[in-house]
Design a protein around this ligand. Structure first.
Ligand code: RIB
Ligand code: NA
Length: 291
């Protein structure tokens, strides 16, 4: 089976800084590097690293050939990525020594994905495939509705959070993943706690407190403890978790195993500087996170 990911592709400009800048502050970085990023690309690379067949649907600008090449290099099918006349998306990421970040994104081409491209791509999808969406592209609702009509498992990572966007895609979802802050925002917006959302599986990530899986049909909740690591850069860790969970499910792993594996991948990710380019593969994950 395959994972179809309608997702953003960014050039991540990552600056290591002594602390996150405040209003009006000018700050010198101690290092700088460019990575492939974007929540969509990070999730695609994670799922491909986790041995799933990943077909990315997205757009880059005339300056984005390198990003598509890297996705290919990492095992992602890029036949449904188009070049459009808008600059490739990018992100300015500041990371402080404890691993916390601050991110400004320029969506660019990520918000100019042709709807016809999405329709054509998904017409190749088969029942049992997964459709993944996040909030850094256009046309999430169109994709979610199409995914539901085609019988795909529709998964949504509610990041970056947008109450209107979640509400619009909610009726089409089978799987929702969000962090504790986003879960609180969603509850404030809908009056619904994660365990009673009209979505079969809801995963809430809790950072240092692990993760929680709500199986809404049975009403069961399962806790997953965090794996203790010393973070240096949390950027892309949540995306890695999402990609790994969906890849595990796509490969037929039971939910508990898919989540446990994804948590190990995310734990390794926070010990590495950078985004898509440094997402661990299955071999790294099986070897376990450094303690
Ligand atoms: O979640 C991390 C990602 O957010 C970065 O790769 C950046 O591009 C932004 O999309
Ligand atoms: Na990282």
């Amino acid at each position: 089976m395959a994972i179809w990911n309608l997702g953003s592709i960014n050039a991540d400009m990552i600056y290591r800084v002594p602390h996150l800048p405040g209003p009006g502050e000018t700050l010198a970085a101690t290092s700088y590097a460019r990575f492939l990023g974007g929540k969509g690309a990070n999730m695609s690379v994670a799922a491909a690293r986790a041995a799933a067949h990943v077909r990315h649907i997205g757009a880059v600008g005339p300056d984005g050939g390198w990003a598509v090449e890297r996705l290919m290099e990492y095992g992602v099918d890029t036949r449904h990525i188009r070049s459009v006349e808008v600059a490739t998306g990018h992100a300015i990421v500041a990371v402080e020594p404890g691993g916390e970040n601050q991110i400004v994104i320029y969506p660019g081409a990520n918000r100019a994905i042709p709807e016809a491209l999405i329709q054509a791509a998904l017409s190749e999808a088969g029942a049992g495939d997964t459709l993944l969406i996040q909030n850094e592209t256009n046309a999430q609702v169109l994709a979610a509705r199409l995914g539901r009509d085609l019988g795909l498992r529709v998964a949504y990572a509610a990041a970056p959070f947008d109450a209107g966007a979640v509400r619009a895609v909610l009726p089409f979802l089978d799987f929702l993943i969000l962090n504790a802050v986003e879960a609180g925002q969603l509850e404030a917006a809908t009056g619904l706690a994660p365990g009673v959302l009209p979505v079969r599986d809801v995963i809430v990530t809790l950072g240092a407190r692990g993760a929680r899986h709500f199986e809404t049909v049975s009403g069961e909740t399962r806790e997953y403890p965090a794996i203790p690591v010393t973070p240096v850069d949390t950027t892309g860790a949540g995306d890695t978790l999402t990609g790994y969970v969906l890849a595990g499910l796509d490969r037929g792993l039971p939910m508990a195993q898919a989540i446990a594996q994804a948590m190990r991948a995310a734990a390794i990710m926070v010990t590495r500087h950078g985004t898509a380019d440094v997402i661990p593969d299955l071999k790294d994950v099986q070897a376990g996170p450094p303690v």
